[in-house]
Design a protein around this ligand. Structure first.
Ligand code: TYC
Length: 104
């Protein structure tokens, strides 16, 4: 064997090119409903999706007006955890707020 170096027909590459593997990303989509308060949705966007108050307001209003909107884009397991957290916070507060995952 040749350590970590690639065989390149006589020459030895000291710094083989490292190709980063980009993880597949997924959108966490927030759904509108008639009962969850705007304030609660903004609090979820700030605490679960690390949005600024201004960005949280913008996303919440987008969902309110258009029926759905992207809360964030993450690798699968992160997206799944965010959806679980939203679902659990909503259930505890007795709001029907829902979030789903879509391929980005
Ligand atoms: N439509 C809700 C209301 O008028 C607010 C709302 C916004 C609910 C976004 C859910 O994902 C949501 N109180």
């Amino acid at each position: 064997m040749n350590g970590d170096r690639e065989q390149t027909g006589g020459a030895v590459k000291e710094r083989p090119q490292v190709r980063k593997q980009e993880p597949t990303l997924y959108k966490v989509v927030l759904l509108n409903d008639d009962y969850t308060t705007m304030e609660f949705v903004m609090r979820v966007l700030e605490s679960v999706f690390q949005k600024s108050p201004a960005e949280a307001y913008r996303i919440m209003m987008h969902v309110h007006v258009n029926g759905r909107g992207i809360a964030g884009v993450y690798p699968w397991e992160v997206a799944e955890t965010k959806v679980d957290t939203v679902t659990s916070l909503a259930r505890d507060a007795e709001f029907p707020l829902r979030a789903t995952i879509e391929e980005a």
